[in-house]
Design a protein around this ligand. Structure first.
Ligand SMILES: [Fe+2]
Ligand SMILES: [Fe+2]
Length: 125
């Protein structure tokens, strides 16, 4: 969840860069979002999501979260390519995705995976 805060803060920097409209600043800010977002989503998919997907009760939910990772990636790529109008939807998707994890999946995982032993969640395979 701390990584979520970092990503949201970096997205805020990107929003302000988009508002100012300097393409170099926007690209630099987008690079920083990507540098935080890509390892985060990759780690989720290799650790928590991989564990949760084994439970048929969560498979569809995990699949939808993975599709959102792809959508976020696609929107960030559009912004990097100069489509700055893609930013507002990127931020809405990001905030909604994080809300689904923080307030949906993570509490469910704590119960389904036998308590608050989160050590394996942070493994970076
Ligand atoms: Fe995620
Ligand atoms: Fe996440």
């Amino acid at each position: 969840m701390a990584e979520h805060d970092d990503i949201v803060n970096l997205a805020g920097d990107l929003r302000r860069a988009v508002e100012r409209g300097d393409p170099d600043e926007i690209r630099a800010a987008a690079d920083k979002v990507r540098a935080a977002l890509d390892p985060h989503t990759g780690s989720e998919e290799r650790s928590l999501f991989a564990q949760m997907r084994k439970d048929p009760e969560f498979t569809d939910h995990i699949d939808s979260l993975c599709r959102e990772h792809e959508l976020l990636e696609g929107h960030l790529t559009r912004i990097e390519a100069g489509d700055h109008a893609a930013y507002p939807l990127f931020e809405r998707l990001l905030r909604n995705h994080i809300d689904r994890e923080d307030n949906g999946l993570f509490p469910a995982a704590a119960i389904a995976l036998d308590g608050p032993d989160w050590e394996w969640v942070t493994e970076r395979a």
